[in-house]
Design a protein around this ligand. Sequence first.
Ligand code: QV4
Ligand code: CA
Length: 510
Amino acid sequence: MRGLVFLVLLQVCTGQFNPNVVCGRTSIVHLFEWRWEDIAEECERYLGPNGFGGVQISPPTENLIVTNPKRPWWERYQPIGYKICTRSGDEQQFRNMVTRCNNVGVYIYVDAIINHMCGSGVDKRTSSTCGSPYDANERSFPTVPYLRQDFNDNKCNTGSGNIEDYRDVNQVRDCRLLSLLDLALEKEYVRGKIADFLNKLIDIGVAGFRLDASKHMWPGDIQVIMSRLNNLNTEWFPNGSRPFVFQEVIDLGGVGISVTEYFGIGRVTEFKYGAKLGTVIRKWNGEKMAYLKNWGEGWGFMPADRALVFVDNHDNQRGHAGDSILTFFDSRMYKMAVGFMLAHPYGFTRVMSSFSWTRNFVDGKDTNNWIGPPSHFNGSTKAVSINENTTCGNGWVCEHRWRQIKNMVLFRNVANGQALTNWWDNGENQVAFGRGSTGFIAFNNDDRDMDVTLNTGLPAGTYCDIISGQKEATYCTGIQIAVSSTGTANVKINSSAEDPFIAIHINAKL
Ligand code: QV4
Ligand code: CA
């Protein structure tokens, strides 16, 4: 009897670390700034059929409309209430998206902003995406409603009321991030309003949350709010499923707040991952791919079962020139980095899917990094159009549809649960490894050609490289790789190859 109670508890407690993806699916994609209608279509026509586990969506909550600059993407990080009503769509479109995506086994993860509302200095005549009233100066958000006493103005100990020194934990959590009105999360009333809002989304059918600005919230407060969340909707999820939680905490190892404080609540974003991988692939600071042999905890990253990993995100893809982060702007290196991430067992993986903009670096900083999604003159977001060759149009980059990336998402599903095996490197930037007897990948990031015979761990046969092409019914559209009866393969990769890596797996065997 006691054992039974324990088991039940265990299932409930581990839920928040479990991504809730359909068994055998292993990645989610951030469809940054996409409209709900387009996401619903994408789930059905592309993500479901290609083994994606879920979608991180942009914040669904009503936000203020910023006109100077004109409709930046970041206006959505300034909520003025919890109505589901943004440039991505209204509540009905949101419900439609969740239902349609869930029905094809692609789950929805909401970017939830619960640390703050809009900026403190916003003029009350500024409009909002659903026309709801609010008054930042009066701290009044009537659609929730929140009032003056629901914010941390009195608790914050800085002169400006904003965070002035990141080394002071009290400031980081009780003062305003970027002047954004900081909610008093220790208050019963505020906790209740946030739990109601998240529970509404859960009941609609979402599978979990990205908790924006988690570093700026006391872990104890988050914990209490999370404990009040409903189990997931049983129309799609097993009884007793807990919402998946991943907390946005940027911890690059400096002073201040550590990711470890958040491990009890759910997963945490591992920002070291993309920063380090970018440095390695760019070969900066003497880094080499050979050093990736102990990638993961060996590099000082958090435990694999706590990590949410990514090559770039919507913030750091807009970073300064000279940053190591790789993005679609550096497509050749980017594909290698995403390929490496998806092949490597460490962490739960998120693929980025962006819209394009024209960068304008001034003193190393991109003065255009505010530019919002492709939009019409009236500010409404443009639809994602699909070209005949399956890429996207209208300014949407759709990295997740790049053949190399899409195929590596499938590779990760095939290799799920298999350990990293048969590591090989040349001491420089030629490396290879397998995933048990399910998959094998090799990279040549050196300036000389690669021509070696390696242990793949795979059964004998002819395989289609899923980077230069893929397997169609009975043939390969790209390179073929022969695996011998002893599991070895001759791997040739020219340093000048369009994509200097190859990958094979058991579902791409002829
Ligand atoms: C500015 C000044 C303030 C000043 C204020 C006065 O910076 O010091 O007091 O004007 O009006 C926008 C502007 C920013 C402006 C702010 C308030 O860019 O210049 O403040 O609005 O008007 C996104 C953007 C921000 C944007 C914000 C709100 O990145 O530029 O701010 O949305 O619209 C830390 C945190 C981490 C955070 C990261 C950006 O630890 O949690 O900074 N990341 C998340 C999101 C991110 C989002 C927020 C948090 C806020 O990933 O996208 O910020 O929700 O590292
Ligand atoms: Ca706070």
